[in-house]
Structure formats: structure tokens, C-alpha cells
Design a protein around this ligand. Sequence first.
Ligand code: GDP
Ligand code: MN
Length: 386
Amino acid sequence: MNLHEYQAKEVFRQYGIPVPKGIVAADVPAAAAAANQLGGSVWVVKAQVHAGGRGKAGGVKLARDVETVRAAAQGMLGQRLVTKQTDAAGLPVERVYVESGSEIEREIYLSLTLNRERGRIALIASAAGGMDIEEVAAHTPEKILTATIDPAAGLQPYQCRQIAFGLGFKGKQVEELQSIAMALYRLYLEKDASLVEVNPLIVTKKGALVALDAKINIDASAVFRHKDIAAYRDPSQEDPMERRAAEHDLNYVSLDGNIACMVNGAGLAMATMDLIQLHGGTPANFLDVGGGATAERVTAAFELILSNPKVRAILVNIFGGIVRCDLIADGIVNAVKKVGVKVPVVVRLEGTNADKARETLAKSGLAITPASDLTDAATKVVGLAK
Ligand code: GDP
Ligand code: MN
């Protein structure tokens, strides 16, 4: 689960991590009022979306008077922001964060995330922070500093000092970096985060370290343990198809292709997507209807994949072990009766009650292409999608 920047900064404040003063606003008058309330003479207006890369996409605007704050908020609110990290449709901007402007001397990159290969949390830093960190990682990886954290010992002061020296810090700044890194580590563990990122962590003209941007991802499976985090959820930033799927307890992930898949079991679903790709097609989604699927759930699942306008063909791949094939067939027939189907459907059903399922589908009068095995199914559906 993603947090907005303004929410992540609230969490940072709870952990004593220095952030600029800021107020979130949902309309233009509130943005202007926020600037007045903050006072000072420089503000930054920041679009609140679940994506980075806002600076380069017009989602971060510096303002030297309240009129400019108003204009920046007017330009962002109610629009969709497209950044390098969103798809072509972008994400809706329902709120802006109005912040007191900072004077920047240096921009540092600092983050904590899980290194899956090592099975440990890593503290990652770079002196080349700011908006081009992806370029730095791709072309000059030696500029990225890493400390791998022993889970039993936790983040050690010497590791923070090593990183601080690597970033060129001296004296009091070394201590400040250490206390920020330690606080981020505590936050990471206590909130069940999968990523905590500060880019940039700035050194102000006065030499203080301040988190200018804040990104927190929380492990979705742990959100139930954190009521404060759960309250931060913003459905407007979620994929509408994935949201509907969650309401029906379906494991669904939207993808860019045009072949919809309905499969039981996550492993079989992955294998099915691989086979579609292998035979020259592209999957429109990952969908695992699960082992305990009911006819209602299958109907919901089928309706869901049918509602994607990009879909040119559907592949149903069911191996009935726990789930019964006839039940799946009933679900398909129900869904098609309810919403109609204008694209070819390839079905591969094996296992419990497969014969009964084939009979149901044959009698339904639907134009279904049966497939005898996985390769046959993938070849047929890729051909039909073209
Ligand atoms: P992102 O592009 O979505 O990662 O948004 P950031 O919050 O990181 O902002 C992008 C860039 O805007 C930063 O790297 C800074 O260079 C600039 N920026 C943000 N806030 C301020 C500020 O208070 N003062 C100044 N001078 N620049 C800022
Ligand atoms: Mn940033």
C-alpha cells in the first residue's frame, strides 16, 4: 500500500525526522489559505499522487507569492498527472500539499528497502540525489552506497557513519544523518514498510538536513495491524479494476496486453502468462480465482475481465483439483448471459467434473474454442487475438 507524500511526512514527524512545514489542501482557496497560514515568502505546491517523477511532470511548483500558489493549485487540482512512473492515463490530483519553500545546498538520496537476494534490509544512499537517481543507478552504480543490515543487530551507528562519510558529511551533519537513518529504520520495522525513501534529503543553505520528499510503501498484507496506516488509504489512486477485484476477494493484477486470463492457482496463472508470451501474445491481466471459487465468484471474475476494453480474446485455464470444473463452467455461462461476450473464448478445463463442465459449455450455445492442453490453448488464443 502506498502513502501520499503528505501522509508519509506526518509519519516522519512522529519519528522526529525533520520535514518542512506544510498543509494539505483539496481546493484552490484552501491552498491559498495554507500559504498564508504557513507565512514566509516562498512556497512549494506539490501534487499528491501515488507516483514519483512529479517534479519533471509539472507536479511540483515553486511560488514566491500567494497568487502563484493559487495558480499552481488551480493548474493541478482536478487534473490527471502523468509522470515517468504512471501509465499514459496518469493519476488524479485530488489534493495538493503546500509547503514552506526550502533553500537547497545539496540533494542526497536515502532509502531503506528489502534486498531480496540477501534477505536483509538495506540502507541505500547517494550523493547524487534528486530527480535523476534512476539515471545514476543505471549509468554510475558506483555512486550508490549500501549498508546491509543484520536483522539481529539492527542498523549500527558505524554503518550510518560510513554512509555519512561516503556522502561527504562532517561533524554535526554526520550525527544528523545517523539519527535520521536510525529513525527511518525504526519506522520501517514498526510500520511493516517495504520501502521508505527520501529523495531528496537536502542540506539547506544553513547546513541542516531536511527530508524534502517522502515515500513510504507498506506491506499490504500487514496493513490490518496498523489502523493509522489503513486510514491513509486513497482509493482514487488505485487501479479501478484491481479495486473491484479486491471487493470479490480475487487476486487480480492489471497488465498492458490484450489477452485476458482466468486461471485457478497463482502458479498456474503465472505459467499461463508465460505461455501466452512465449507464443507471441501479451496478457491483459493476472487473475487467480482461487481454490475455493464459487459460481458467484467466477461470474464476478469473468465480468471483471470482460469489462476491460483492451481485451481481444479470453483464455480460461482451469485445473480442477479443489475447485470443480462444472462450477467454473456455470460461472462462465452466468457471466456471459449477464454481460454478453464479443471476443473469442478459449477454454482448457481438466480435473474434477471436467466432462460435466464441457457438457455445460457445449449446451450453452456460446462460441467457445476448446483446447486440449496448455500449449494448444496458448497457440489458439494468441491466434484469435490477432
Ligand atoms: P518528485 O519529482 O515527485 O520526486 O518530487 P520531489 O518532492 O522530490 O520534488 C522534485 C524536486 O523539486 C526536488 O528534487 C527539488 O529539486 C525541487 N523542490 C522541491 N521542494 C523544493 C523547495 O522547497 N525548494 C526548492 N528550491 N526546490 C524544491
Ligand atoms: Mn522526489
